[in-house]
Design a protein around this ligand. Structure first.
Ligand SMILES: Cc1ncc(COP(=O)(O)O)c(C=O)c1O
Length: 400
């Protein structure tokens, strides 16, 4: 049996994804395909390191060991062919914390900061929460695929004088692995207009198709880009709150470090992160293979059973973005039907803008549960019934 098909107790009282779904969506016994956690046990190497650390019996204030930074730098060299020094790496409890710190470090209150929606919601909060002006450079869709709108970006840079951009690479929820050409186009604009980039690359290890390039590894970008990574998505350790910033430029690093301020590491998180980066590779490869299978399965299932929905097959992440607007149902109706159908997915409106009428489905669960969840979605949205209704209303819906 594939290890990712193993049945594990998921409905734990301390699981946000499983225990909070009913409360959050006001439903009962919902199958949760929302929060970006995987329903898979963490790598054995991580669990063994945690057991050993627990058995040591001491949980005093922790020190970040050099071996942890070495493990991070080795991982980046091995997986992404990106050579960084151990001293280029900063520890933080999470990427959302890093995004907020970057906004504080690289802009002033009232300054404009650019993001590219639809995008992970906390990007917007990181900007507005620190009293900065949010500037949107929406992604565009060409031939059924999301892409960057660099012409719009340039006009926004001219118009607003923004000096900071928060990049999501690979992109959540669009599922894009940005091409070298797209990243080079973005980098060229950043150099021309003197823009710093905080590049959230938390999904960089979850590549289903293609290859990920760190923006900061492009020529001339080390001086203007900081990169955020974490073992949390890669090895399913989000609850252990560990992330890292890579800033090879000393000035950028010092400013981020100051903005982050005091942060206490946790001895269990240190043990888990180090073991994951040192010994988690075999697990990750097997997990990616399983996720590729789930992605293909979900794409085929939805295309066949809900043909009017527009499915954006992810190139990275285990999150599938689906445009339901061609079904002609209101956002409220979609929400009501899904909850009644006992399934929870992320609503598109949570992704800042350009998300209305879409949903994001988390595919990282065992295949049997995924099939159950997709079945619930299709039944709830009433396939052919909804289509007839939409046609009767003369609604085509964008992106159809
Ligand atoms: C793009 C992106 N950034 C950050 C996070 C959360 O990071 P953290 O839990 O380290 O704050 C997520 C979680 O889904 C994400 O998708």
């Amino acid at each position: 049996m594939n290890r990712f098909d193993k049945i594990v107790e998921l409905r734990r009282p301390d699981s946000l994804k499983w225990a909070a779904a009913d409360r959050f969506f006001k439903g009962e016994d919902l199958l949760p395909l929302w929060v970006a956690d995987m329903d898979f046990e963490a790598p054995e190497a991580v669990r063994e390191a945690l057991r050993r650390r627990v058995d040591a019996g001491l949980f005093t204030y922790a020190e970040l060991p050099a071996s942890l930074f070495e493990a991070v730098a080795d991982w980046l060299g091995r997986r992404l062919q990106w050579q960084v020094g151990q001293s280029d790496v900063l520890f933080a409890p999470g990427v959302v914390t890093l995004l907020k710190a970057a906004v504080c470090a690289y802009s002033q209150p009232g300054d404009s900061v650019i993001i590219q929606p639809p995008v992970y919601g906390p990007f917007a909060d990181a900007v507005t929460g620190q009293g900065r002006e949010l500037v949107l450079n929406p992604l565009k869709i060409e031939q059924g695929r999301y892409g960057m709108d660099l012409a719009d970006l340039e006009s926004k840079l001219r118009l607003t004088g923004a000096k900071l951009l928060l990049l999501c690479s690979p992109h959540n929820p669009a599922g894009r692995v940005w091409s070298i050409e797209e990243l080079e186009g973005l980098a060229a604009l950043c150099r021309t207009y003197g823009v710093t980039v905080a590049s959230d690359e938390i999904h960089a290890d979850l590549i289903l198709k293609g290859a990920h390039t760190p923006l900061a590894s492009l020529p001339g970008m080390a001086e203007r880009a900081v990169t955020f990574i974490a073992p949390s998505k890669t090895f399913n350790l989000a609850g252990l709150h560990t992330s890292f910033a890579i800033a090879t430029d000393e000035t950028l690093r010092a400013a981020l470090n100051d903005a982050l301020g005091h942060r206490d590491p946790n001895p269990l998180s240190i043990a888990a992160a180090e073991a994951a980066y040192r010994d988690g590779e075999e697990w990750l490869e097997a997990c990616l293979e399983y996720l590729r299978g789930n992605t293909a399965f979900a794409a085929a299932y939805l295309t066949e059973k809900l043909p009017q929905a527009v499915v954006y097959v992810p190139e990275a992440t285990y999150l599938m973005w689906v445009d339901l607007r061609p079904l002609g149902l209101s956002k409220e109706e979609v929400g009501r039907r899904l909850v009644e159908g006992r399934v929870a997915v992320s609503g598109g409106s949570a992704f800042v803008s350009e998300g209305e009428g879409r949903i994001r489905i988390n595919l990282a669960t065992r295949r049997a549960l995924l099939e159950d969840g997709l079945g619930r979605i299709v039944t709830a949205l009433g396939g052919s019934e909804a289509r007839v209704e939409a046609q009767a209303n003369g609604e085509e819906g964008a992106g159809a």
